[in-house]
Design a protein around this ligand. Sequence first.
Ligand SMILES: *Cc1c(COP(=O)(O)O)cnc(C)c1O
Length: 370
Amino acid sequence: MMIDQDTPASGRLTIDLNALVGNWQAVGASATPAETAAVVKANAYGLGIEPVGRALWAAGCRTFFVAVPAEGAKLRDTLPEADIYVLAGLLPGSAAFLESRRLRPVLGSMAEIAEWLETRSSTGSSCALHVDTGMNRLGLTVDEALTLSQQTDVVEALSPSLIISHLVISEEQDNALNATQRDRFARVRSAFPHIKASLANSAGVFLGSNYHFDMVRPGIATYGATPGPGVPVPMKPVVTAEAQVILVREGRPGETVGYGALASLSRSSRIAILGVGYADGYHRRADLGPGQPRVFIRGQSAPLLGRISMDLTAIDVTDIPAVQRGDWAELFGPNIPVDEVAGYSRTVGYELLTGLGRRYSRHYIGLPAD
Ligand SMILES: *Cc1c(COP(=O)(O)O)cnc(C)c1O
């Protein structure tokens, strides 16, 4: 379900494609002369793979990473000429699907390599190799990769266009594991000297030029959130998430608000009810803090009141008398950083963005969306 512009919606997302492109370019400027690719998995971190893909392509991005084949197919319809890599690699039996959309699997095991060589067509679509340097998730072990590099006929048959690895803890700049992974990757890379290499995600770019190799793969920084507390990634906010005030009511001292009677009123209060809740990805955990969860409305912060419900959230607007039915409250955006809300929700900006529900109407500003 996508909400079209004519359907009334009590939640809306405004996505600033100009800020998005600016963030992507700023990361890229830190990585020159390496190529800057874009990671657009999970519907471009919840923001819409089609408009995001088009905006980045128009800004000069030519290489894109998605997680799964369906995302790649959607992006292919939008960007007929892009290089699109599928990070999940070769799902069993998926070679024909990938080839028909010219998607490149990032092969992550000897089993995937064997199946790819067996089942892809003779025209030989391109692929990438994933090497595990510490995550223990996807990728050949370093030893497997080094052994493979000796099998020149296999390497030739594969002709990978890229070799990647993924950093485990790049958001901690001083963690020794970063250099360990880089050194392992450099070893593998020198065994495949003619193949482009890519290691850095957003935080990895800021570890310095010896992490850049030939291509960097920022995701989260492009979308205006930080990879982790303390990472110096000064990005512009891209998404503004807002909820509409459905009604304003009066509450008396001693009454409670919402499920579980979690909030009791200590004074005569004005309560505004917002039409967004946890089903929209506004996490129910947030109502317990840490910190005082808030929204931004009529130029001021208003605290949340009681439990976040599935579809509704109450806020205290006693001190903001101008608030009325139909107003919009910012959940996060220019006045409330997405990372602040991630903090109340005891998660990270990544989960908050990718969890934005399907009931928001979406508005793209800053650049033509098509
Ligand atoms: C998600 C992902 C990225 C992007 O990471 P960010 O922290 O969002 O910049 C890069 N590479 C791989 C393999 C990924 O899975």
